[in-house]
Design a protein around this ligand. Structure first.
Ligand code: LMR
Length: 282
């Protein structure tokens, strides 16, 4: 609790105009009481020697009760962003435990991957990062994710027209984004913090505000079968919002390589769902 008191002190010291109060509690129903936005940041991290199935079931023990508590006490307009890893399946677990909350109100974070990819593309093209748009990251926030440079744009032009090193776009670029989380952990000795917090802000803003015309952002949302993705998976898609509702951007072209990569990340999420199936309410 002492460390949390420090966090609350720092929040006060930011003089945020919308921050009226902080409530420090370890009781989920109190924490979520009346909340319109819930950011689930903490999760059990993978420890040495831990199987993925152990990690998933340990997190099911955290995210199941959180889902129930959100359903019991949050506001009717609640939206939930899951950040703690494995965030897609953690989100699926929490969502499954809150059947009275519309599945469209649940999100898992892919924006850190989008931002990483945008910086890489901007550096390669020698342009400011803000001119890189339309970068979708498909699938799981894991090393199988697919950052889609084919449909991304640089100053409105096709990335493949602007960057002539197509070998890099099809290989190293994808791999660097996929493994960036691990590279940050290796360099810092702990998981990304500032860039993840920034991606939380970006994610909330992208849901809360209208997406600029023609652009999209990466969010893991419930699949309704778009692009052939199995229904119910919490899947990274290109998403646009009008500030109230969101939709998966339809009709993006996928070549054979993109299809293979999306299949791989889909299979991983299906497998994760299988691993936690016995822990989900029926
Ligand atoms: C990241 O992408 O930086 C994190 O999700 C990595 C992690 O496992 O915490």
């Amino acid at each position: 609790m002492k460390a949390l008191e420090g966090v609350a002190m720092e929040l006060d010291d930011c003089a945020f105009p919308l921050l009226h109060d902080t409530v420090l509690t370890s009781k989920p129903e109190k924490a979520f009481d009346g909340a319109s936005w819930v950011l689930l940041v903490g999760a059990l991290p993978r420890k040495a020697g831990m199987e993925r199935s152990d990690l998933l079931s340990a997190n099911a023990g955290i995210f199941g009760p959180q889902g129930k508590a959100i359903a019991a006490s949050a506001a009717g307009d609640v939206r939930i962003l899951v950040v703690g890893n494995p965030c897609n399946t953690n989100c699926l677990i929490a969502r499954s435990n809150a059947p009275d909350i519309a599945p469209e109100r649940w999100f898992a974070m892919m924006r850190l991957d989008e931002n990483r990819g945008k910086t890489l593309l901007a550096r390669k093209a020698g342009v400011p990062v803000q001119v890189v748009t339309n970068l979708a990251v498909w699938g799981n926030h894991s090393t199988t994710q697919y950052p889609d440079a084919r449909n991304a744009k640089i100053a409105g032009l096709s990335t493949f027209d602007v960057i002539s090193d197509h070998g890099w776009l099809k290989g190293k670029f994808i791999e660097t984004v996929q493994k960036r989380g691990a590279a940050v952990i290796e360099a810092r000795g702990s998981s990304s913090a500032a860039s993840a917090a920034n991606a939380v802000l970006d994610s909330v803003n992208s849901i809360w505000n209208s997406t600029p015309w023609g652009d999209w952002h990466s969010l893991a949302v419930v699949s309704h079968g778009e692009y052939g993705i199995p229904e119910g998976l919490q899947f990274g898609f290109p998403v646009k919002s009008d500030g109230t509702h969101w939709e998966v951007v339809p009709g993006l072209e996928q070549d054979g390589d993109a299809k293979d990569r999306i299949k791989k990340t889909t299979e991983e999420l299906v497998q994760e769902r299988e691993l936690v199936k016995s822990l989900l309410p029926t």
